[in-house]
Ligand binder design. Structure first.
Ligand code: SAM
Length: 212
């Protein structure tokens, strides 16, 4: 279903500068409409963020593609995602041959993402809780992606990243953020590339914003 719409979406992503063929292939493979409430499914292949309930969103496809390209996960890498939401971003990374670990703080979203992963037979490790403290048990990760806007880079996430790995995280205020792409070059040192003007829902937690 919606094959032509997915092809069109991939053309838009290419025009906007997404060049990584493995990322583009994952966008062809993963059916975004399955990660949305039925009433929203007709809009699934527009390049826009959409509501998924509880005031949360499935990110805009371009943003998902841009962050995935920046993360550049390789087959068999272990990647931690903070902010499972609908599960779509996790599924995109999983389809690139990656071992995915994902954390969501809202129980309802966690449950519905788990159901979709089961239905599609995606072997993604899920956890419900505060992702700002990471998931130490399976660390270090080859990459970490945070899909909610943070006030700072959580120290636990920096610690749980392997040397050589990338941490992709939007940093800013509650409305507008700059995407920070950190590369860990030694246990203590990171280099950071910044890309402005992203808009995510807030990262709520111990090393995030206060909130419900
Ligand atoms: N990656 C998601 C997708 O593909 O649908 C988009 C996520 S949405 C923009 C951000 C998500 O982060 C929300 O579902 C929100 O509940 C979650 N979130 C916010 N703070 C969090 C935290 N500290 N730990 C885990 N999840 C968090």
């Amino acid at each position: 279903m919606f094959e032509a719409e997915r092809e069109e979406l991939v053309e838009i992503l290419k025009q906007r500068g997404i060049t990584n063929q493995r990322v583009l292939d994952a966008f062809i493979k993963v059916e975004r409409h399955l990660f949305l409430p039925e009433i929203m499914q007709q809009h699934a292949y527009k390049d826009v963020a959409l509501p998924i309930g509880l005031g949360q969103t499935i990110s805009q496809p371009y943003t998902v593609a841009f962050m995935t390209q920046a993360l550049d996960p390789q087959p068999q890498n272990r990647i931690l995602e903070i902010g499972t939401g609908s599960g779509y971003q996790a599924a995109i990374i999983y389809e690139m041959g990656v071992r995915v670990f994902t954390i969501e703080r809202h129980l309802e979203l966690y449950n519905s993402a788990m159901k979709i992963f089961d239905k599609l037979n995606l072997k993604i490790a899920t956890r419900c809780g505060d992702g700002t403290i990471g998931w130490e048990e399976f660390s270090p990760y080859d990459g970490i992606i945070v899909t909610a806007g943070a006030p700072i880079v959580p120290t636990n996430l920096k610690k749980q990243l392997a040397v050589g790995g990338k941490l992709v995280i939007p940093i800013g205020d509650k409305k507008i953020q700059t995407l920070n792409i950190l590369t860990k070059i030694s246990e203590e040192k990171f280099i950071t590339r910044e890309v402005p003007y992203f808009a995510f829902v807030p990262l709520i937690g111990k090393e995030g914003w206060n909130g419900k």
